[in-house]
Write a protein that binds this ligand. Structure first.
Ligand code: PLP
Ligand code: COI
Length: 365
């Protein structure tokens, strides 16, 4: 595909799909990212040829040369979005066009070719259609879609690769955190930062997540499920978590979230919540938040609730905050009212239980 945005997908159904009884057993309690469907999508790219060989085929290992560029220089990006079993029995996706646009932005930052938005959307639709039986019907369940792309040219020189593989896999999921919706404890790392100005913080590239793992391990040593990263320049302002954006809820109902300045991921949930809260008549402010201010406002009671948000985590309340200077609890440590009400509103929109005034929902059939 060099000219238009349409790409013909060759559909090759898996000759040996998982048997229905086994599938049901796997889906009974899937957790997050452990169970996978029968198929995957692949599309190849080569300089001078463009996008080609778009396929829906049996999910299988991807053969790879040991000199494949991604294994050495980490030219890789991904996305994450969910398909939902909707109230009317159909299937919906939440803002997949926003994921397509962010995927293209990530590609540009990593000097990779951009997949046309229509091909991205078609790849998701094809996978959902063929693996529809894997879509959980429970209230908390969804089919997590993971589009990704990596450099697979066989070459060790350090330059943008000339060949890539784009793929999509799908995973039926329940709650991201094993405890369901209960407040998580977060670690504010004194040691590690996530992204510096001019770096790759705003791109969804695998390297950002590799770099966050030592911080995650440090947090786990302190009994925390997640890490809050401070800005890399002054180590003063709250950026985001390893895989979620962050919101603060004050006693007058105002919501505050750190601004997009190139070092945090422009979350699609974050943007939706800014819109939704505004439509509910709340004041929403995008401004830098100092960690010291967080601690002081939590102590005074001015700051009532803090939550993390993202596709995988939906909206997750933050209960405990730990750093080398000590720890504090947000309010009484229980999920806050604003947090839980925004969460419900978001889930109701995603599952078609309430009117989608913003046109965020894509129906598959
Ligand atoms: N921040 C990071 C670092 C993430 O990995 C994610 C998850 O994708 C988010 C924020 C939330 O983004 P979204 O709401 O688009 O899932
Ligand atoms: C998502 O929310 O989709 C993500 O990609 C975050 C990841 C840490 C699971």
């Amino acid at each position: 595909m060099s000219g238009g945005d349409m790409l013909d997908f060759e559909i090759r159904p898996n000759p040996q799909p998982v048997a229905a009884a086994e599938r049901e057993a796997l889906m009974a309690n899937p957790g997050f990212g452990r169970v996978f469907t029968d198929h995957m999508v692949t599309i190849r790219y080569a300089d001078g040829k463009g996008w080609y060989d778009a396929r829906v085929e049996a999910r299988a290992p991807i053969p790879m040369d040991p000199a494949s560029a991604v294994l050495h220089y980490a030219q890789e990006i991904f996305e994450g979005l969910k398909a939902y079993h909707a109230a009317d029995g159909g299937v919906t996706m939440f803002r997949p066009d926003a994921n397509a646009a962010r995927f293209a932005e990530s590609a540009r930052r990593m000097a990779m070719p951009t997949l046309p938005e229509q091909a991205f959307l078609d790849s998701l639709r094809h996978l959902i259609e063929i693996d529809r039986a894997w879509l959980p019907t429970s209230d908390e369940g969804s089919l997590y879609l993971r589009p990704f792309m990596f450099a697979n040219e066989v070459f060790l020189g350090v330059r943008p690769a000339r060949e890539y593989l784009y793929a999509v896999i799908a995973s039926p999921v329940g709650s991201y955190f094993s405890g369901g919706v209960k407040p998580v404890a977060v670690w504010v790392s004194p040691t590690y930062t996530r992204a510096a100005p001019g770096g790759t913080g705003a791109a969804k590239c695998g390297g950002n997540y590799a770099a966050s793992l030592a911080a995650q391990a440090e947090g786990a040593e302190h009994g925390c499920e997640q890490v809050v990263f401070l800005d890399a320049v002054e180590r003063r302002y709250v950026d985001e978590l390893g895989g979620m954006n962050i919101f603060f809820v004050y006693d007058d109902g105002t919501l505050v979230t750190p601004p997009l300045g190139g070092t945090i991921l422009p979350g699609i949930t974050r943007e939706a919540l800014i819109t939704l809260a505004g439509q509910q008549g709340r004041t929403v402010v995008e401004r830098p938040v100092e960690f010291d201010e967080w601690r002081a406002d939590a102590a005074s009671g001015r700051l009532r609730e803090v939550f993390a948000c993202g596709t995988a985590a939906v909206i997750t309340p933050i209960g405990q905050v730990r750093s080398p200077d000590g720890e504090f609890t947000m309010a009484d440590g229980n999920p806050g009212e604003v947090t839980m009400s925004l969460r419900q509103t978001l889930l109701d929109i995603q599952r078609g239980r309430t009117e989608d005034v913003n046109g965020w929902i894509h129906h598959i059939d």
